[in-house]
Design a protein around this ligand. Structure first.
Ligand SMILES: *Cc1c(COP(=O)(O)O)cnc(C)c1O
Length: 396
């Protein structure tokens, strides 16, 4: 059988290549940071990591992880409910709840699992999920695994959300679900308005803070901080894999009865291994650091503003953003790839995105700012963008 199956795959892979959608992976041989070394020997400034607070190679986190290796060993070799629960896991769950102002937290191996395992245990075919059209793939997959009725509204479109809520009134329970920050534009979900509509139409709210935790809000508590809704949202999901140190791990945090039910019924929690103690220990340390000082959050906010102000002044077309994501609009797929390639030659590592990752005719380069960037790094990036922008005639 495999002979014919291999041919079948070869044809599909060729189609992916021909469509220009084949993903090649660059190999990094240094720790993740503002400056990284590729296996070609080239050193580049990194503007495409989710390393928003610059913690991926933070010395204190590395120390905390090393210490946990000595005190708690390497792996747990079990799921949480059999013998995979350690003191560090419990402590991290408590710290995450404190950070978000919620009642309790449940850890997962990734936020992909948190989202994959949140809907099915909580809702049935009597209920409704009302989901933003640009929600993350893991939310879409989680919704697919659940029998609840599905309603979709256009990205951040509150008129459409209201219409969907009206449609969904005959259901028993309603849950509105949204990303906190949408990763392609960097726009923040209008959680204030979503919350109002949820009250008006008797619905609950879930927000995925993966790109917003550590970033959005004065102290980085996410969109619930930005809109003064701490403690009011039923469900928050998030990742330890972005601003929170960037290793691995996800969580759902919120109302305690919801978390209690997830511990009983959520399949990625019940049937998948516990995160390693060293990751939990570094996570605890990270949250302690973020509570002690706002230095990194402040630096990130400063860097983002600095970069965007100067890019606008240079004549680039940039989507309005309230996160650390800056979408430099080019509209043309080929141009986005050409621009990213030229920037890499200039030592600036960014990624160009085009259809189907973003809508047709909306190609762009996504720049992700970080507290790891120094002003000199930002200036180098702006200079390279301006030089290449002039060459390719994309400046206004
Ligand atoms: C990155 C991301 C995830 C996945 O997080 P992992 O912990 O890497 O699985 C889920 N949701 C959103 C919105 C994300 O941006």
């Amino acid at each position: 059988m495999y002979d014919s199956y291999r041919d079948h795959l070869a044809i599909q892979l060729e189609e992916i290549r021909e469509a220009g959608l084949y993903k090649n992976e660059r190999v990094i041989v240094s720790p993740q940071g503002a400056e990284i070394t590729l296996n070609t020997g080239q050193k580049v400034l990194n503007f495409c990591a989710n390393n928003y607070l610059g913690l991926s190679a933070n010395k204190k986190l590395v120390e905390a992880a090393k210490e946990a290796l000595d005190t708690h060993g390497y792996g747990m070799s079990s799921v949480r409910f059999i013998c995979g629960t350690g003191d560090l896991h419990k402590n991290l769950e408590k710290k995450i709840a404190e950070f978000f102002g919620t009642e309790d937290t449940i850890l997962y191996a990734a936020c992909f699992d948190a989202n994959g395992g949140v809907f099915e245990p909580l809702l049935t075919s009597d209920d409704a999920i009302i989901s933003d059209s640009l929600n993350h793939a893991s939310i879409i997959d989680g919704v697919r695994l659940c029998k609840a009725n599905r309603y979709r509204y256009e990205n951040a479109d509150m008129e459409d959300l209201e219409a969907q809520l009206q449609q969904a009134q005959e259901n028993r329970f309603r849950l509105i679900v949204t990303d906190g920050v949408f990763s392609m534009d960097g726009n923040v979900a209008p959680l204030d308005k979503i919350f109002e509509l949820a009250n008006k139409y008797n619905a609950m709210v879930m927000v995925d803070e993966s790109h917003s935790a550590g970033v959005v809000g004065e102290t980085g508590r996410g969109v619930t901080e930005l809109y003064s809704l701490r403690g009011k949202i039923e469900i928050i999901t998030g990742t330890l894999g972005k601003s929170f140190g960037g290793a691995i791990g996800g969580f759902t945090t919120g109302k305690k009865e919801i978390i209690e039910m997830l511990r009983q019924r959520s399949r990625p929690y019940l049937f998948s291994n516990s995160i390693p103690p060293l990751v939990a220990a570094a996570g605890i340390k990270m949250l302690e650091m973020m509570t002690e000082t706002n230095e990194l959050q402040d630096k990130l906010h400063h860097n983002t503003k600095y970069f965007i102000d100067r890019m606008l002044k240079a004549g680039f077309d940039i989507k309005p953003t309230r996160s650390a994501i800056c979408a430099v609009m080019l509209y043309d797929a080929k141009l986005s790839q050409e621009m990213a390639a030229r920037l890499l030659k200039e030592g600036i590592y960014v990624t160009g995105f085009y259809y189907p990752v973003v809508p047709k005719g909306q190609a762009r380069i996504r720049v992700q700012l970080s507290a790891a960037h120094e002003t000199e790094h930002l200036d180098r990036a702006i200079a390279a963008f301006t030089k290449v922008g002039k060459e390719l005639d994309v400046l206004k």
